[in-house]
Write a protein that binds this ligand. Structure first.
Ligand code: SAM
Length: 256
């Protein structure tokens, strides 16, 4: 397994959100903080998914199918976590295809191993330990806010894709309207962390959900993400709101 990058070698040019000093003191400490948080809360991650009735797992699979994932394809699932995306991808590509998972957190990958039989590699989005032009699809579910630099991560996705290959990214969504924002904030900042604490009785699991909302709320807006995708070489990246106040998607194809 490749060694994970915990500190970016240079100052990130396109961080996904500003420093969140309530959680870590300065940006170089962010990746260490995120790694520790996921390592410590990995056993609870699926409990959090269950609060949503595992609907997220079904949606991930359907969305990948709508995006064109087919039997026989080679997929790289970045930030595989507990394999919420990779499980669905593996079903879609079937025995003639292959899904690879990469993640810096060994604890999350141990959870993935319980439901996912494909290769698992330790690593981060911004320096992928894979060869150029290896994959038909690169996927990333609910993890874009954790990369150290958006342009570097997207450049890596572009590099490992075959010409004609597709990137699919699922992220949290914040409505633009003041009322939509307030309702979403109440759900994600108060209700869901409260439910998480009630179900898990673990303060770090609640912190995971607190951190989720704070990073989603502070994340660069969709136009900034699309701009980073263009800078990385994707020509016509697309943004789509799937469920307002919950999830949105970014997709793009590598031309060639
Ligand atoms: C919220 S989980 C997402 C898991 C899964 N993809 C899903 O759709 O539910 C976020 C994952 O991102 C991983 N992660 C954190 N920093 C990362 C980075 N720089 N590159 C790739 N993955 C990262 C964490 O270890 C964690 O497993």
């Amino acid at each position: 397994m490749a060694a994970p990058e915990t500190t970016p070698p240079t100052e990130p040019k396109a961080p996904p959100h500003p420093t969140l000093s309530a959680y870590y003191a300065a940006d170089p400490e962010r990746s260490r903080y995120v790694l520790d948080l996921f390592n410590e809360t990995a056993p609870h991650y699926n409990t959090v998914e269950k609060i949503f009735g595992n609907g997220g797992l079904l949606y991930r699979r359907l969305s990948l199918r709508w995006a064109g994932l087919k039997p026989g394809m080679r997929v790289l699932d970045v930030a595989i976590g507990t394999a919420a995306v990779a499980q669905g991808a593996a079903r879609l590509v079937g025995p003639s295809g292959r899904v690879f998972g990469v993640d810096p957190s060994m604890s999350m990958m141990r959870e993935a191993r319980k439901v996912f039989g494909g290769p698992l590699t330790r690593g981060v989005a911004q320096t992928l330990p894979f060869r150029t032009g290896e994959f038909d699809f690169v996927t990333m579910g609910i993890a874009l806010r954790h990369v150290s630099d958006l342009v570097r991560a997207f450049s890596e996705y572009h590099r490992v894709l075959k010409p004609g290959g597709k990137v699919w990214i699922l992220e949290g969504h914040v409505p633009k309207s003041a009322l939509g924002h307030r309702l979403t904030r109440f759900a994600w900042k108060t209700l869901i962390p409260g439910l998480t604490l009630a179900f898990t009785r673990d303060r770090r699991a609640k912190e995971l959900m607190d951190y989720y909302w704070d990073t989603v709320e502070q994340c660069v807006p969709p136009e900034g993400i699309l701009d980073a995708m263009r800078k990385a070489g994707f020509e016509r990246p697309r943004f789509q709101v799937i469920l307002p106040g919950a999830i949105c998607e970014y997709t793009a194809t590598k031309t060639g």
